[in-house]
Write a protein that binds this ligand. Structure first.
Ligand code: DGY
Length: 334
């Protein structure tokens, strides 16, 4: 029998066509995706779902999804899925690590540079006809080269950001629960420091930690208050890692100079204070949004799902311990 897969919201046509070659696909083609009730109803009788960041899959919903074998998530961050609860229900979960590191690091740098050199402000200034004359201080910004870049969270994306900093001659500091192996740190020319030192010495602080109970509001009023008044905060990780209200206050009171934000606490809502601050460069969660990378992410998720459904261990499992018991079920995922 062909495996059955639910795609929860709009995907690239070629990924849908690829899945349709191998499985019976229930495709929700809308951009909005499914409500929780519809997600539960449509997942019924399916062996796998291809989920996206906006699909909330907490314990209460997973417990309604009995019989589901796999959640193949399109994305590297998986804070929308309660993975321990999925494991308890024998549901495999996979994500799409690695392929979006460079693309996301490029975007972190784009935000950093846009905030430092006031690119979005300058763009608005020219388009609105306000530009009447040139002067030495017009749209004057901050240097990037030879400044200190602080990286909070030195996983794959943090390391990709550090590699980019080398081209700008930047000094790179990082804070991570575990320091990198000495050879890796030395290849990146990056030095581990405590969190307080990172906050104090960074001209640019770029966040790359996953969202968890330990990292929620990891940057709040106390952390912002020790940063330099010329510092710029960049967040391409997850919104709730930063206390958005505290950030608004810090920007309003010039505690720090600017911010480049791709992620927000309550997406797609943005704190109204941020919308009024020209020194905040804002983007709608598009860190990995290039044609190549987004297509690769969907294909990787599709391949993870099909691997599991055809009895092969998916390469990107988040709960590999489930695999042995799952694979030995006579009926597979169903
Ligand atoms: C990711 O891959 O985690 C991106 O934020 C999109 O979900």
């Amino acid at each position: 029998m062909r495996p059955t897969i639910l795609i929860t919201k709009r995907l690239f046509p070629e990924t849908v066509a690829f899945l349709e070659q191998h499985a019976d696909v229930d495709y929700e083609s809308s951009i909005d995706g499914l409500t929780s009730a519809d997600l539960i109803a449509r997942a019924r009788g399916k062996q796998a779902i291809l989920s996206q960041f906006t699909d909330a899959l907490p314990r209460e919903i997973l417990s309604e999804m009995r019989g589901l074998g796999m959640i193949a998530h399109v994305g590297v961050g998986f804070d929308n899925i309660d993975v321990p609860a999925a494991s308890e229900h024998g549901i495999l979960v996979s994500n799409t690590p690695g392929i979006l590191d460079d693309t996301t690091a490029d975007f972190a740098f784009a935000l950093l540079m846009a905030a430092a050199r006031r690119v979005t402000e300058a763009n608005t200034f020219v388009r609105s006809g306000e530009w009447k004359r040139w002067s030495l201080e017009l749209m004057i910004g901050l240097d990037i080269h030879h400044r200190t870049l602080g990286i909070l969270g030195m996983g794959r994306i943090g390391q990709a950001v550090a590699r980019r900093a080398a081209g700008f001659g930047m000094r790179v500091l990082y804070h991570n629960r575990h320091p990198l192996p000495a050879e890796t740190a030395s290849a990146l020319n990056a030095k581990w420091v405590g969190k307080e030192q990172l906050l104090r010495e960074s001209d640019f602080l770029s966040i790359h930690v996953p969202l968890s109970d330990a990292t929620r509001h990891a940057v709040g009023e106390a952390e912002l208050s020790v940063m330099k008044p010329t510092a710029i905060l960049v967040n391409t990780a997850r919104g709730p890692v930063v206390d958005e209200a505290a950030l608004v206050k810090a920007l309003q009171n010039r505690v720090i100079a600017g911010a480049g934000l791709d992620v927000f606490e309550r997406e797609p809502q943005v704190h109204p204070g941020l919308l009024e601050l020209p020194q905040a460069v804002l983007a709608p969660h598009i860190g990995s949004a290039t044609v190549e990378t987004r297509k690769k992410m969907t294909m990787m998720a599709a391949e993870n799902a099909l691997a599991a459904l055809t009895g092969t261990r998916p390469p990107n499992l988040l709960n590999p311990a489930v695999w042995d018991s799952w694979a030995s079920r006579p009926e597979g995922a169903g």
